[in-house]
Ligand binder design. Structure first.
Ligand code: ATP
Ligand code: MG
Length: 453
């Protein structure tokens, strides 16, 4: 049972709808070429048309194509119901409970086909708003105009059709894309309250596209940032991956910080960064994000565990210092600090254990680098490489790790020269450190860099 369902506040969007002005940008006036559209998406568009339905490429794909980008997915909106879409395509499955979507599957490519959706209170009770104005359900079919105004930014509400290869614009998105500005459709505060994740999308899309955020859309961000705490932690985790693992992590971080969203998303990290006067922790964090961006640019895999180890490291350091100041033994303080930070952050962002555990290992292995004890075991640790890469990052914050880096770099170089890499290590360490042989494993090329951890 929903405890507090208030009557929908006055819906400014539905009031705006009748005033929408359709602008058609003909083929010879825009830059979208069929060559840049996925052939499978085109197939779906033609099949819908031949079936007597209207179908449009919509959302991020149209926006990205207009700025010369290469969309990673092609979404389609149509007036056909999900069942009608399924009847047209054998390779189609319907998904979603809250809102039914059709996925048309072509090998590894999935084209998402959504029926035009409305975002209006028609009295049917199919649209419910929480007291704070947060949108709980919006499963009502609608017209293309309804579908346009329920989208977030004007740049995301452009429709491309294969009828005449024109772009249809109901909300002024075409001019906004040309001006490289992100503008919320409707009243910004109302739209952020409906779905606070839109605040993160503003920061992320501005970073990715190098757009500015329109003044009226930017103004409420810092003020409304605390509303993010009401969004589902699993959704915030997904959004974090998009923010930081899509090749624009540094720009995203700076936008989040600028608009007060970082403090809402990672409160303990934000506090620790403010307290760290030298700026060393911030430099290290940005260096880590820049490294992630470089890996993405080079098509190298990136790991959420390493990313979160970077993002939460300032919080971990601060927690560790506090516990040690209370006189707690170092090893115990490290474990407690790692657990505490992970637990506190989890109430905001649902970081799955398959990522939080290796993240903690990366932190806990740091102390062992300076101890230089049980060397073979450390070298064979599945998280060794990730932890060592992390040590390199820490060098940015403090030169005191230079000797440790040299020591472990040297060891790796030696171990890499032998058949079983660890024989060389053993010769450095000497016999009889009590490591059972069966525990040794050859170091994989780069375990730090797998998304499948
Ligand atoms: P990306 O480049 O990350 O894929 P995108 O804009 O395509 O960016 P998606 O999450 O793929 O983002 O969403 C597709 C479209 O759905 C958006 O362009 C927008 O029109 C609409 N949309 C997505 N999220 C929201 C939201 N929270 N509120 C309103 N509309 C949304
Ligand atoms: Mg998209």
């Amino acid at each position: 049972m929903q405890p507090h369902i208030a009557a929908a506040p006055q819906n400014r969007l539905s009031i705006d709808t009748p005033d929408l002005q359709l602008r058609v940008i003909p083929r010879d006036s825009h830059t979208i070429s069929r060559r840049d559209i996925s052939p499978n998406a085109l197939r779906v568009l033609y099949r819908l048309r031949d079936g007597g339905f209207s179908g449009y490429l919509v959302g991020g794909a149209v926006r990205d194509l207009l700025v010369g980008g290469h969309p990673k997915d092609f979404d389609i909106a149509t007036d056909a119901t999900p069942d009608q879409v399924r009847a047209l395509f054998r390779n189609c499955r319907l998904i979603g409970r809250r809102f039914r979507l059709a996925h048309v599957v072509f090998g590894r490519e999935i084209i998402e086909v959504a029926t035009f959706r409305a975002n209006v209170d028609d009295g049917s009770g199919d649209r419910e708003l929480h007291e704070g104005g947060r949108l709980l359900r919006d499963n009502v079919y609608g017209t293309i105009e309804d579908d346009a105004v329920r989208r977030d930014f004007t740049a995301n509400a452009l429709y491309y059709t294969v009828e005449d290869f024109s772009v249809r614009d109901y909300v002024g998105g075409y001019d906004d894309v040309q001006a490289r500005v992100l503008k919320l459709i409707g009243d910004p505060e109302y739209r952020y309250r409906e779905d606070p994740v839109r605040m993160l999308r503003a920061a992320r899309l501005a970073a990715k596209l190098d757009f500015r955020i329109d003044e009226a859309s930017a103004e409420p961000l810092t003020r409304l940032a605390p509303l993010l705490a009401q969004s589902a932690p699993a959704r915030l985790f997904e959004e974090c991956l998009k923010l930081f693992l899509s090749g624009h992590a540094v720009a995203s971080f700076e936008r989040l910080e600028h608009h007060g969203l970082l403090a809402a998303l990672f409160p303990e990290t934000a506090t620790a960064l403010t307290a760290n006067r030298s700026g060393a922790l911030r430099n290290m964090l940005l260096e880590g994000l820049a490294g992630t961006d470089k890996r993405v640019a080079n098509d190298e895999p990136v790991s959420p565990a390493f990313l979160f180890a970077v993002l939460l490291w300032p919080a971990y350091c601060r927690a560790l210092m506090a516990l040690q100041a209370q006189g707690m033994h170092a090893a115990e303080a490290q474990r407690r600090a790692a657990d505490r930070v992970t637990l506190h952050q989890a109430s905001m962002i649902a970081l799955p254990r398959r990522f939080s555990l290796p993240m903690q290992e990366i932190w806990l292995l740091q102390a062992r680098f300076s101890q230089r004890k049980r060397v073979p075991r450390l070298l064979a640790h599945p998280r060794f490489r990730a932890a060592y890469d992390f040590l390199l990052l820490r060098l940015v914050a403090s030169s005191e790790h230079a000797e440790d880096v040299d020591f472990w770099r040297e060891l790796q170089a030696q171990s890499g020269e032998t058949e079983d890499g660890l024989d060389a290590v053993e010769s450095v360490e000497g016999e009889g450190d009590g490591e059972p042989r069966k525990r040794r494993r050859r170091r994989r090329p780069s375990p730090s860099a797998t998304t499948s951890e």
